[in-house]
Design a protein around this ligand. Structure first.
Ligand SMILES: [Zn+2]
Length: 486
């Protein structure tokens, strides 16, 4: 592999300089020709976002990505780094990674003249050719572009000598990809400097004009509402983004589920097996989809895919906690683990009329019940569950909670054999923890279909039919001691 150490060796090796955009384009074409995946681990964008990014790269455009929060914008941008050369030569010691054949910074130009072919070269891995900045109103020209270095001035260098510049983040990402997240939050003054440096190759720092032709791909992101808001982005900068790409949330639940399965971090405790039933995943995804339709939630900021991911992690954690406390070998989330989503949904949604009649939790709770009912109705016909309802009409009462041992639920299925048949539809085995999960799902589903009453007592949930069903209900399922069936 070419790892020339000096300018002379680099020249002799036949390496030739390409602009960043040329490099990205040629490497992308090579990958396409070889049939390689260009955007690994990005799901649901094959027909919408990715073709537009490919077109932008082929056209050599800077890219503006518009989308609500949690639509993989940052990941898309970081994935572009994979289209850069694995290694790039630069002048050793240069703060802005100058091209050895044509350095632009003051120091390198002097050294190039002094050293000629002995100018030392270093090799930069592509991961180091990426910079990003979250735009906020207090990001200054000196953060992003540079400042006059008072130490260098004190050393006796003159202001007309551009060696006194301390470079900011943007020049330090020269010959790479630079991402500005939430561009509309950048102050107008910084936007003007940014435009000048990108378009004219020069910039004013403390009234001092610096010539600095940078070579980079600039990708900016913005929330669509902020972007269209008048005056948030100066027009010439807006015009520079020749390609605008609109991201979106997964259109299909399967895609959102695949993302959750790819991203969720489930910490397996030793000697325990985790099994998450499909319906639990469907409920978690269903909650997010409900939230994205909900008029009380601010849809212009959006409901991130991260809500599905963190809710999944919290629900599994709740089930794990039970298994640890009760010494159970199998971890299977149940309906009574779902309240764990309240903590992980908080902060991921913005209630439109905060402080008025409802809290975040009340909204999430209502959406959660709707999600459970939706998933239940996909798996069951209420009529098929008549045998269960009959047992309750005869006076059965069932208590469940996130702390109840799995073994306690087995009785439920023993007394109602018709129930057992239904397990196959749910893709479950009859391990105690899976039975417990199925039992709660069926009970809650019947409750949401108004076939069972539900009472919340401290940390327990009690399912039964309405009291006046019979004068003296004869208990069918009875347990003498302990919790569970009464
Ligand atoms: Zn330099």
């Amino acid at each position: 592999m070419n790892k020339s150490q000096t300018l002379g060796e680099l020249r002799a090796s036949g390496w030739h300089h390409r602009s960043v955009k040329q490099e990205l384009m040629e490497n992308m074409v090579a990958k396409m020709t070889a049939g390689e995946t260009l955007f690994p681990r990005i799901l649901g964008y094959d027909e919408t976002v990715i073709p537009e990014i490919e077109n932008a790269i082929l056209s050599g455009h800077d890219i503006m990505i518009l989308g609500e929060r949690g639509q993989a914008k940052s990941r898309l941008i970081r994935t572009l780094v994979l289209l850069l050369d694995e290694w790039m030569p630069a002048v050793a010691g240069c703060e802005i990674l100058d091209n050895p054949f044509a350095p632009v910074c003051h120091d390198c130009r002097i050294r190039a003249v002094e050293l000629g072919d002995r100018l030392p070269i270093i090799w930069i891995p592509r991961e180091d050719r990426f910079g990003e900045k979250l735009a906020t109103p207090d990001v200054s020209v000196s953060d992003l572009i540079g400042d006059v270095d008072p130490i260098k001035v004190a050393e006796g260098r003159y202001l007309s000598d551009e060696g006194v510049i301390h470079f900011g983040l943007l020049p330090r990402t020269n010959r790479g990809i630079f991402a500005i997240n939430e561009l509309p939050d950048l102050s107008e003054k910084v936007q003007v400097s940014l435009f000048n440096i990108l378009e004219e190759g020069d910039v004013q720092v403390k009234g001092f004009k610096v010539r600095l032709p940078l070579d980079m791909l600039i990708v900016a992101t913005a929330n669509p509402e902020d972007y269209t808001h008048r005056g948030r982005i100066i027009t010439p900068l807006k015009d520079r983004y020749a390609s605008q790409v609109r991201t979106h949330y997964p259109t299909k639940r399967e895609t959102e589920m695949a993302i959750v399965e790819q991203e969720a971090l489930v910490r397996v405790t030793p000697k325990r097996q985790i099994f998450v039933p499909e319906y639990i995943k469907e409920i978690i995804i269903g909650l997010t989809f409900e939230a994205r339709q909900c008029p009380e939630i601010n849809q212009s900021s959006g409901v991130s895919v991260r809500m599905s991911i963190s809710n999944f992690e919290s629900v599994v954690a709740s089930a794990q906690k039970r298994a640890i406390r009760l010494g159970e070998p199998e971890v299977v989330p149940r309906i009574s683990d779902l309240p764990a989503v309240f903590a992980s949904s908080r902060g991921k949604i913005e209630i439109e009329y905060a402080g008025e009649d409802q809290t975040e939790i009340e909204v999430v709770d209502r959406l959660l019940r709707r999600a459970i009912k939706g998933v239940f109705d996909c798996h069951f016909q209420v009529e098929d569950l008549e045998p269960v309802i009959r047992v309750f009409n005869a006076g059965a009462v069932v208590e469940v909670s996130a702390d109840s041992p799995a073994s306690q639920y087995r009785e439920f299925f023993q007394k109602i054999p018709a129930m057992h048949e239904r397990l196959k539809n749910l893709g479950l085995t009859d391990s105690p923890a899976q039975l417990a999960s199925a039992a709660e799902f069926i009970l809650e589903g019947l409750h949401l279909n108004q076939k069972l009453n539900k009472e919340l007592r401290k940390d327990k949930t009690v399912y039964k039919t309405s009291p006046p069903a019979a004068p003296k209900p004869k208990p069918v399922l009875r347990r003498e001691r302990g919790e569970g069936f009464h």
